[in-house]
Write a protein that binds this ligand. Structure first.
Ligand SMILES: Nc1ncnc2c1ncn2[C@@H]1O[C@H](COP(=O)(O)OP(=O)(O)O)[C@@H](O)[C@H]1O
Ligand SMILES: [Mg+2]
Length: 223
């Protein structure tokens, strides 16, 4: 599903160079729930950004489902992200002035192959899955952190992406809400055969992952 070969990312700040990714080679299987762990600064977010086409590596290759994604034009990348990838961030990143339903519908509205009826149906379906139908007309600030993160998962899933990327989605949640979010990921992974790549810093999250890779100084190390 995702083949990553000798991926490198060098950040240059003045005369200083940071090897944020220092030659990562990795294969991620379809339907896998992969955990990425490692100390702060080890390159986890950088790797996720490269795989999610949110940033461009300095060198290396990424092939997703047979597509050499780094060879795509900016427009093609945008379309690839919109149609095939979903994102969940640590800080939820919901639009504050939009309701829960509107936030969830947003990625579907950006596509030109969905009519209003379909969008309404898909958004409603996914809200049901996360158990927040009764909050559909609320604003994000009227929800708890855990509820907001579930809404952001619904938003990431509304277009039924091939791959879901999550960067420390439980970082701002207590253990009960973290478990709710992880259970939801597990359900999505099992029911929808969803490929999930999740960055985590909590040891107990490991019980959820099919496989774990550990980064250290921009390299994959054996766990
Ligand atoms: N935009 C950037 N500019 C310069 N350096 C960066 C940038 N983003 C990350 N880095 C550096 O790259 C390294 C890896 O960062 P990051 O991928 O955010 O690590 P993690 O997510 O594992 O904490 C760190 O040394 C960090 O300081
Ligand atoms: Mg990070």
């Amino acid at each position: 599903m995702i083949t990553i070969t000798d991926l490198r990312k060098i950040y240059r700040m003045g005369s200083v160079e940071v090897n944020a990714l220092d030659g990562v080679t990795l294969y991620i299987d379809k339907g896998e729930f992969l955990g990425i762990v490692g100390a702060s600064g080890s390159g986890k977010t950088t790797l996720l950004h490269m795989l999610g086409l949110l940033d461009h590596p300095t060198s290396g290759n990424i092939v997703i489902d047979g597509t050499d994604v780094l060879a795509l034009t900016d427009y093609e990348k945008t379309m690839f992200r919109l149609y095939r990838l979903g994102y969940v961030f640590q800080d939820y990143a919901l639009v504050p002035d939009l309701t829960v339903m509107e936030n969830v519908s947003l990625p579907a509205m950006l596509r030109d192959d969905r009519n209003e009826e379909q969008i309404r149906k898909d958004s409603h379906g996914i809200l049901q899955k996360i158990g927040l139908c009764d909050r559909r007309d609320h604003l994000p600030r009227e929800l708890s952190g855990g509820q907001q993160q579930r809404v952001s998962i619904a938003r990431a899933m509304v277009n039924k992406p091939d791959i879901l990327f999550a960067d420390e989605p439980c970082a701002n949640l207590d253990s009960e809400n973290s478990r709710m979010v992880l259970d939801l990921f597990r359900e999505i992974n099992e029911d929808m055969k969803q490929t999930i790549v999740m960055v985590s810093h909590e040891d107990w999250h490991k019980e959820y992952f099919h496989r774990i890779i550990q980064l250290k100084d921009g390299k994959v190390v054996n766990t």
